[in-house]
Write a protein that binds this ligand. Structure first.
Ligand code: COA
Length: 911
């Protein structure tokens, strides 16, 4: 077993890489796609304008290639044979190829690769990006090696091979050099690809967050209009760069000179905010490109959110943006905001500017964005930057995550998510970012249930919100149920350290709030430990005798500032708690400001006594200026209104801290999988019968090819064959109808168990056959499956359902007939790491059934984990497998593995 990192990009994801955009080292973008025959003229022009040297390096001759060669480069319809990717940019309104890379199959495993980059675009990392994309496409088509021949003096190409991180083998002959690259992903290839993506994405977004000049296009004279309010917001919040209003119908706006077009602006423009009516957006983008603007924020609505026509317009905009080398936020967005005092950018249409702070936020809804910014004040939450992503036509939440990952001003990332563009990419990126900074997300809208025909157990169970839960869980993303929860969490996480354990101390001046807080803590898995006699004695030394000295420590209504201070210091100083919640409710006429001072003093003293790593949260149920009261020196203590809120914050913070403590987990690779066999079986089934269930024989062959624990079995077409097979596998046997058309075999009496001899087997075969004959369905009978009877072991199930957006979702649960009643199932998104597999098995409610509960045999957990990991690898490698049900699997005692008893696999043509 070989381990690879969890972030590797499996073949299943590569379709995202064939067409779309790529970001170069300098942050500019370009469009990328496979060639079509109609590209021949553009390809000819590309080749013609290459320098003689580039041409010699690419085609081994300074003279232009023949028309036939050009035509061949424009045929990418059969990627098993040959494939060319082109990178294009528009200038003077005409698209041009700026780079082209191809591969041709040399044999089933190896393809030859060659590429050329327009001389003007050398040094931007384009060659490496092209090689990376070609490699991903080649892996998806089953190639394991790329081979190239190049001149020894072609240093740029040699750099590209080195940069890619693929294991290379070089050999020399004269001035020629042959390179063979192994396409098996390694830590190095994955790490380099990630780094390239992160650096390029961050560079491409710089202009949005730190522009030196901003043009507002559609800067209306009407003070109530969005265009005018954008200007207003920039002015009011004192943007530190230059602001250029653009309006062809106005000489000035509110006394500031306006420009008739972007081109008319005398100086350079870093970012344009577009708020013109929809029909003009495209031509404004042309103007921006002409002016060299690299970042546009399109506020204008009326695109993909309004239907097919708008979606088409949006598609055209994106094409344009990419070909111009720009990036776009929106359309249909509320804008962008950066509170850095050197920038002071409020490029939104409200003058509301949040206080500076450590939380960055991306919102898919403008309205929610406004509400959250307003709400941030209530939670004393400072914001570093905010982006309303709108329709996410170009800049996505995934891009922003990568920007904030590196942004020193951002310590917590908040996401309001309605839908995922590419959840698998989100999973990969978020998993990495979460290790550095907490991500708190509110996911609105549930996955529409039953969007797939619930044709198997796994699909039916998965048709809910489980995919989102699994995605967040695996990526370490903290899920908040509401905006208020998100803000509460953000306030806690951005101001206080993570708790190192689950033990919470509570100090209160009233019983009721303490009970609510205790209940909320315990319900969410926190502990309220009893205090030691020593600590109780310390508390007794300064508290009245009627106080409750155990946890929660009740200072009673007469609590004084000094008692608060001393109690806080005492609990912070003990090693009996990992976090502290302070509750205060104004029950008497005490001066709340004095109490606040007492609390601050207690925390300060506790910190001085060494309790630095313990988070402290407050529930302040009183009037008073909390902002002033709980912000001191370098520390802010979040104060909430309700006593349950600190419990919620701490419980999520603890879980996040525990996630951080875990090693990242590894995705194992198995060297005994016969994937080409599986590919062949699936392709054959698809070409013969189209999408649908594999036959029984095909199914068991797939399981055997990837060494899943299938018992010795076989499909018999006659009673004689059945008898022979039964003898081979050993009595007693089970005989089951083999049919990919009849899903529920028990309903037609197609399952016969415990057959002890040949006579019983023959009788079973004949009666199953007769039953189908009587029902006129004999053609559905492929034969019968003969397998040994399984008696021992605990029944579990494993399965896979393919979510159209999230990809394969893998399930583990207690199997057999209990599955549907108990729904005791854990889901994860593939690829599974070793830790995911272990956690899934231990995460089901019925886990005790696998550990020797009431005389049941203990299960071989290691073998179950390995089976899950093999299934994960199978479905990652073979995107044709859309559903898989292994139910039941008999989990046998340690060292004996498990046995799959029933199996079904469904295949579809991957999109
Ligand atoms: N370049 C520059 N300015 C232009 C222009 C161009 N090509 N074409 C028109 N303008 C100017 C107009 O002259 C006008 O200024 P004026 O009022 O001084 O004459 C200004 O741009 C706005 O044009 P107008 O026709 O009044 O548009 P509008 O204000 O009715 O609508 C939008 C423009 C963008 C606000 C509107 O199309 C829209 O999309 N609204 C919804 C936005 C939204 O909700 N976004 C999502 C938020 S979450």
């Amino acid at each position: 077993m070989r381990f690879v990192r969890p972030f590797y990009i499996p073949p299943i994801e590569t379709h995202h890489f064939e067409s779309g955009s790529l970001i170069m080292r300098d942050g500019s973008t370009a469009a990328i796609r496979p060639t079509e025959p109609s590209d021949a003229v553009m390809m000819q022009q590309f080749v013609d304008q290459l320098s003689l040297e580039s041409r010699r390096h690419r085609f081994f001759s300074e003279s232009p290639p023949s028309q036939n060669s050009i035509a061949a480069l424009c045929h990418s319809s059969d990627p098993r044979t040959q494939f060319t990717l082109i990178v294009t940019r528009i200038w003077k309104g005409v698209p041009h190829i700026i780079a082209a890379g191809s591969y041709w199959a040399r044999d089933g495993q190896t393809s030859e690769v060659a590429m050329a980059v327009d001389d003007k675009f050398h040094g931007k990392g384009l060659g490496t990006l092209l090689l990376e994309r070609l490699a991903l496409v080649a892996i998806r088509r089953g190639f394991t090696r790329l081979w190239a021949v190049t001149h020894v003096d072609n240093l740029a190409m040699r750099d590209v091979f080195r940069e890619s991180g693929f294991t290379a083998h070089e050999s020399y002959e004269g001035d020629g050099m042959e390179v063979e690259l192994s396409l098996i992903p390694t830590e190095t290839t994955v790490a380099r690809a990630e780094l390239r993506e992160r650096l390029a994405t961050t560079a491409s977004l710089q202009m949005f967050f730190r522009p030196r000049s901003v043009a507002v296009v559609g800067a209306s004279r009407d003070p109530k209009s969005i265009g005018h309010r954008l200007l207003e917001a920039l002015w009011t919040n004192q943007f530190q760069g230059t602001i250029y209003p653009v309006n062809p119908h106005a000489l000035e706006i509110a006394g500031v000179p306006a420009y008739p077009s972007v081109q008319a602006i005398p100086k350079s423009v870093d970012m344009a905010i577009i708020a013109v009516p929809r029909q003009y957006v495209s031509s404004v983008i042309d103007e921006c490109a002409d002016k060299g603007v690299r970042a546009v924020v399109t506020i204008t609505a009326g695109f993909a959110e309004v239907g097919a026509e708008g979606a088409e317009l949006q598609k055209q905009l994106v094409e344009k943006i990419r070909q111009y080398g720009m990036r776009m936020i929106g359309p249909n967005c509320f804008g962008i905001l950066n509170t850095d005092p050197n920038i002071q950018l409020n490029a939104t249409f409200t003058t509301l500017f949040p206080p500076i702070g450590r939380a960055a936020m991306s919102s898919q809804s403008g309205a929610i964005g406004i509400a959250t910014l307003a709400g941030a004040r209530r939670f004393h939450l400072g914001i570093s930057s905010f982006v309303s992503v709108g329709n996410r036509a170009d800049v996505s939440t995934n891009d922003l995550l990568q920007y904030w990952e590196e942004d020193p001003a951002t310590h917590v990332i908040l996401l309001y998510v309605e839908s995922f563009g590419n959840p698998r990419r989100f999973g990969r990126i978020a998993r990495r970012v979460s290790r550095r900074k907490p991500i708190v997300a509110v996911k609105a809208g549930r996955t529409p249930s039953g969007r797939r025909a619930a044709s198997s157990h796994t699909a039916a169970l998965a048709a809910s919100d489980v995919a989102v839960d699994a995605l967040f869980h695996q990526a370490g993303v903290i899920r908040a149920e509401s905006l208020d929860d998100m803000l509460a969490l953000a306030a806690g996480l951005s101001a206080q350290p993570l708790p190192s354990g689950r033990r919470v101390g509570i100090i209160t001046n009233a019983g009721g709030p303490a009970i609510l807080c205790t209940d909320a803590c315990e319900a969410s898995g926190l502990m309220i430990p009893q205090l030691s006699d020593g600590t109780k004695a310390t508390l007794a030394s300064f508290l009245p005798s009627v106080s409750a000295l155990n946890n929660p420590v009740d200072l009673i209504a007469s609590a004084t500032p000094d008692q608060y201070a001393k109690a806080i210091e005492t609990l912070l100083s003990t090693d009996e708690v990992d976090a502290l919640i302070i509750l205060y409710i104004s029950v008497t006429a005490t001066d709340t400001a004095d109490i606040a001072h007492g609390i601050v003093a207690g925390i300060e003293n506790g910190r001085k006594a060494g309790a630095k790593a313990k988070p402290v949260l407050i529930s302040w149920m009183a009037e008073g200026d909390m902002d002033r009261a709980f912000r001191f020196e370098k520390e802010t203590i979040p104060a909430y209104h309700l006593p349950e809120t600190p419990a919620l914050v701490l419980s999520k913070a603890v879980s996040y801290g525990e996630w951080l403590q875990q090693p990242p987990g590894m995705v194992p690779d198995f060297d005994d999988l016969d994937l080409s066999d599986v590919r062949h079986i699936c392709a054959d089934a698809l070409s013969r019968r189209g999408a649908g269930w594999l036959t029984t024989e095909e199914t068991w062959n797939v399981l055997n090819a990837v060494k899943l624990p299938a018992p010795p079995s076989g499909v018999a077409k006659t009673a004689d064959e059945a008898a022979a097979l039964a003898k081979q596998v050993g009595y007693p046997v089970a005989v089951k109808l083999a049919s990919h058309q009849i899903v529920h075999k028990t309903e037609i009496d197609g399952v016969r168990l415990n057959l002890a001899d040949e006579e019983a087997v023959r009788e079973a075969f004949d009666s199953i056959r007769m039953r189908l004959l009587r029902e006129n369905r004999l053609e559905a009978m492929e034969g019968v499956l003969v397998q040994p009877m399984m008696t021992d072991g605990v029944e579990v199930m494993m399965g896979v359902a393919d979510d159209p957006l999230f990809g394969p979702l893998i399930a583990f649960g207690i199997g057999g007939i209990h599955l549907e009643i108990l729904s005791d199932v854990q889901f994860r998104i593939t690829p599974l790491t070793d830790l995911d597999a272990a956690e899934m098995i231990r995460g089901i409610k019925g886990y005790r059934l696998l550990t020797g509960y009431r005389g049941l045999p203990t299960a071989d957990l290691e073998a179950l984990e390995e089976t899950l990991l093999r299934i994960s690898r199978l479905v990652e490698e073979i995107p044709e497998i859309s559903e898989l049900d292994l139910n039941p699997i008999f989990a046998l005692p340690p060292g004996q593995g498990s046995r799959i008893v029933d199996a079904r696999i469904r295949v579809v043509r991957p999109t």
